[in-house]
Design a protein. Structure first.
Lengths: 194, 241
């Protein structure tokens, strides 16, 4: 987890100000949370990551008064919300299929004037996607929650409704599958000359 | 060469980003995890950020304790929230008219009957609006819809003033703990807003304090004085189906 994106010592003050409705506090919370939150949703193949993210944020605003805990607990709470929202969205789309925007939607990713960056990112994402595709769905559920949300084993277990022991087994097997997948392909960043 | 079997400690270090990319046994996995995180964790574009923040501000404006809007739109639930806010405005406006007996008689009767079932006293279509039949001692104690709205407006105004005070006080409290209620008075609660006009002046306004805004980077802040129960944890949450 990128420490620079966390609120650290300022968390309690920012949280209290956010509860009181201060716009600046919500912007701070947004900037510390949303890149990894969107990362989680995109890595899970959410058809509309911006939309789900927006719904999670609005739910966060409405329920902020119920939260008690530290910053790690706060992030965990938000990512569990996102996990459940994503599952609901996927189930709903399965029941009522509709035309979906491709996951690699430039419009929400980069400025229209910076198409080159978008192309590079898209290729990068596709290469990394091959790594994630090497995981089984349960392994992916567990690993992306840990990678993006920084959730503990116990928190992930609660979110995915499995025992902690099962979560530990899934993350170990998932990492081993990642390692095998890497042995079978050139490393993504090296392939792009980064 | 058989790869090193991953121990629980290895796994925690890899996922936390605490393994060097040059580590001979675990470096490749550490790089892979970092790549996954970097590949998807983009800062949203300015338009998306602005739209998200606007939606959050709209959600902030919903009454405390209100039921969350059901999402009917794929895009941030905007349509559902705007529709709910508009419906709420119609209900409040209609209730205000009903409270003053200003609706057509048949409609006024229907509204009055419905309101009576939940304990609200709203005049029926043929009621005298000055209610001369009821002695002063037997005046209904339940607030009318108009009083409810006035109380809600008072609460919103008081909360906004308190928020601005907290934001203004935070930069000045660089040392030690910062208790927002000690600095700006008790946090407004919806049931407390029965103040006479002018009493809100007791809360310092943002204009009294310079530098309203977020704490500066690197500036030390104390913890808020709010008591956080030690046994509390994040509530379990399920999204709406």
């Amino acid at each position: 987890m990128d420490k620079a994106s966390l609120l650290g010592d300022q968390f309690n003050v920012v949280l209290e100000a956010a509860r009181a409705g201060a716009d600046w506090a919500w912007e701070r919370i947004y900037d510390s949370l949303v890149p990894t939150l969107l990362g989680y949703l995109r890595s899970r193949g959410a058809p509309d990551p911006d939309g789900i993210c927006g719904d999670v944020l609005c739910q966060l605003v409405r329920d902020i008064h119920r939260f008690r805990g530290d910053e790690a607990g706060f992030r965990s709470w938000v990512f569990v919300m996102a996990h459940h929202r994503l599952l609901d969205d996927l189930r709903r789309r399965k029941r009522r299929p509709e035309s979906l925007t491709a996951p690699e939607d430039f419009g929400s990713i980069v400025d229209p004037d910076d198409v080159a960056t978008g192309v590079v990112r898209r290729h990068h994402e596709q290469d990394v996607r091959r790594l994630i595709d090497a995981l089984t769905p349960p392994q992916r559920d567990v690993l992306v929650l840990r990678i993006f949300g920084g959730l503990t084993v116990e928190e992930v277990a609660k979110a995915v409704e499995r025992r902690p022991g099962a979560v530990k087994a899934l993350q170990r097997r998932g990492l081993e599958a990642l390692r095998r997948a890497m042995e079978g392909q050139e490393y993504p960043s090296e392939a792009l000359g980064r | 060469m058989t790869p090193k079997r991953l121990t629980p400690s290895d796994i925690e270090r890899i996922l936390a980003g605490r393994v060097s990319p040059d580590d001979p046994d675990l470096g490749s996995l550490s790089r892979a995890v970092a790549e996954v995180r970097d590949a998807y964790s983009w800062t949203p574009s300015g338009d998306v950020r602005a739209a998200h923040l606007a939606a959050m501000k709209e959600a902030l404006g919903e009454a405390p304790g209100a039921e969350p809007s059901r999402r009917r739109s794929r895009r941030f639930g905007f349509a559902a929230r705007v529709g709910t806010a508009a419906a709420g405005l119609v209900l409040v406006t209609g209730a205000a008219l009903a409270a003053t007996g200003a609706l057509p008689e048949a409609v006024q009767d229907a509204v009055s009957d419905a309101a009576n079932t939940v304990g609200l006293q709203i005049p029926a279509g043929d009621d005298e609006t000055d209610d001369t039949d009821a002695p002063a001692a037997e005046q209904p104690s339940n607030p009318t819809a108009a009083e409810n709205k006035a109380r809600a407006d008072e609460y919103t105004t008081a909360k906004k003033a308190w928020t601005e005070c907290v934001a203004g006080q935070a930069p000045q409290n660089a040392q030690g703990p910062f208790d927002p209620e000690e600095a700006c008075g008790p946090k407004p609660k919806p049931e407390q807003q029965q103040q006479a006009p002018g009493q809100q002046e007791e809360h310092p306004s943002a204009s009294d304090h310079p530098g309203v805004g977020p704490p500066a980077e690197g500036e030390q802040r104390g913890n808020s004085g709010d008591h956080i129960p030690p046994d509390a944890g994040p509530p379990a949450d399920r999204g709406n189906n």
